[in-house]
Design a protein around this ligand. Structure first.
Ligand SMILES: C[S@@+](CC[C@H](N)C(=O)[O-])C[C@H]1O[C@@H](n2cnc3c(N)ncnc32)[C@H](O)[C@@H]1O
Length: 195
């Protein structure tokens, strides 16, 4: 499987530290202690940060290799949280409706195909409490390099995917750190609440 193979090495997003955009959300108090889910959590740095800041945190990812490494990391750092292997497009099989106060997404939405986007939005909506928060970090269309993956996402695409089910609070210009040169990519941060 593509995603499992990626984690046999170190992919460019695998910083071994949390993304600064999510650290800032904790510092600003936008993410507060509560039930939190990191979707497409990879090797778990952002989920571990949530747990270290008072959240009852879970990370989910399709890649067994990544989840196995995330579990090892959490044990080594003495941080308690859950990691599960699973498909975010089928979260109704794993989580109950309204289970989470906050869902974070660091680079997952931007790998979804067009036809997956409405299902993705419905799945995130379903697992959030009424008024629950969704924070999503994706490459923006301001980042140069038309054909390089992942796809660049426009504000209009974010709005059309999420506004049917969420109240959009803001879509901000932020940086997406990576191990590549240049190390920081142009990104959007979406803050939305379940409507
Ligand atoms: C760009 S990586 C970001 C990983 C992590 N959030 C980080 O910041 O290091 C996207 C992640 O989404 C996962 N992924 C892709 N499609 C998925 C799906 N349908 N369900 C769950 N995880 C998925 C991949 O395995 C990969 O770990």
């Amino acid at each position: 499987m593509f995603w499992n193979d990626v984690y046999k090495g170190t992919p460019p997003w695998d910083l071994d530290r949390p993304q600064p955009a999510f650290q800032a959300l904790i510092q600003s108090g936008e993410i507060k202690p509560g039930r939190a889910l990191d979707i497409g959590c990879g090797r778990g740095e952002n989920a571990i940060m949530l747990a270290m800041n008072g959240c009852d945190a879970t990370g989910i990812d399709l890649a067994e290799n990544a989840i196995s490494d995330a579990k090892t990391k959490a044990i080594e750092r003495h941080v308690k949280l859950n990691f599960v292997v699973g498909n975010v497009l089928q979260m109704d099989r794993l989580f109950t409706e309204g289970e989470f106060d906050v869902v974070i997404d660091s680079g997952l939405f931007h790998v979804m195909m067009d036809e997956e986007r409405p299902v993705f939005a419905q799945q995130v909506h379903r697992i959030l409490k009424n008024g629950g928060k969704y924070f999503m970090l994706c490459f923006s269309d301001k980042e140069p390099g038309e054909y390089e993956l992942p796809r660049r996402v426009s504000k209009a695409e974010i709005e059309s995917t999420f506004s049917p089910l969420f109240n959009i609070i803001y879509i901000k210009d932020v940086a997406f750190d990576s191990l590549l040169n240049p190390s920081s990519r142009k990104a959007y941060l979406l803050s939305a609440t379940r409507s």
